[in-house]
Design a protein around this ligand. Structure first.
Ligand code: HEM
Ligand code: HEM
Length: 185
């Protein structure tokens, strides 16, 4: 059927789609870098490089999440296809809320773990950003635990999210077309 001026938009706008895919690439590289950089036996120079990539990548992810949330208020997502079963509407909302929430938990706990431990975040130091938490080993240890356990929750949510996306692709029910391609289409 041809879309008319009255039809609801079928896709997220270009900005939301670009932000989704840039964030996805950043997150899907930051997680393995975080796991690899803690392996024993790594050369010091390699480990330092991975730490720098991970910490600063995490700060960029935080900025991307904020940008997405603000943009979502300015340009709300299009309604889901009416053909989807009712239960999928709240399930999608809950899943997306969980992903945004866990991305914030991971970036904030990573930041607190590093800053409270007295370590640099190169990108923020370069622009002269002040340290927002006190130096405290207890706080750094707590944030480290949150970061370490939080990754399981985030990875589980990502697996469910990508699994759901693949199921929609197989059914060709129009959901994947809402976010793909990253621009135009
Ligand atoms: C959404 C963003 C982030 C994700 C998904 C993420 C994910 C991870 C993962 C999977 C690990 C490995 C944990 C382990 O094996 O125990 C890790 C470790 C770590 N991350 Fe992140 N991280 C994020 C943001 C950050 C940020 C912003 C910083 C600091 C500015 C940071 C600093 C660290 C540090 C220092 C470790 C090593 C923790 C330790 O000492 O055991 N992360 N992160
Ligand atoms: C780290 C990886 C990813 C994260 C954190 C993520 C997160 C999100 C979030 C938060 C939304 C909701 C956007 C909003 O309404 O504000 C979304 C939408 C979507 N994502 Fe992802 N995503 C990731 C990877 C992927 C991948 C790899 C696929 C496909 C294979 C995918 C497919 C979709 C689809 C189809 C939608 C639209 C859902 C709808 O219309 O309700 N995502 N994603």
């Amino acid at each position: 059927m041809r879309a008319t001026d009255d039809s609801p938009p079928l896709r997220y706008g270009n900005t939301a789609r670009i932000l989704h895919w840039v964030s996805a690439i950043m997150i899907l590289s930051t997680i393995p870098i975080g796991a690899i950089m803690l392996r024993e036996g790594l050369e010091r120079s390699t480990q330092d490089l991975l730490f720098i990539l991970h910490k600063n990548g995490g700060v960029i992810i935080f900025a991307l999440v904020l940008a997405r949330l603000v943009w979502r208020l300015i340009s709300p997502p299009p309604p889901l296809p009416a053909t989807l079963p009712d239960w999928q509407h709240p399930a999608a909302k809950l899943g997306h809320l969980g992903l945004y929430g866990m991305l914030l938990v991971m970036s904030v706990s990573g930041y607190v773990r590093v800053r409270a431990g007295g370590f640099p975040v190169e990108m923020l130091d370069a622009i002269g950003a002040p340290t927002l938490v006190p130096h405290s080993e207890a706080l750094a240890d707590f944030a480290q635990s949150v970061h370490a356990y939080g990754r399981f929750v985030l990875v589980a949510l990502i697996i469910v999210h990508v699994g759901a996306a693949v199921a929609h692709m197989v059914r060709r029910d129009g959901v994947m077309r809402r976010i793909w391609p990253p621009v135009g289409g």
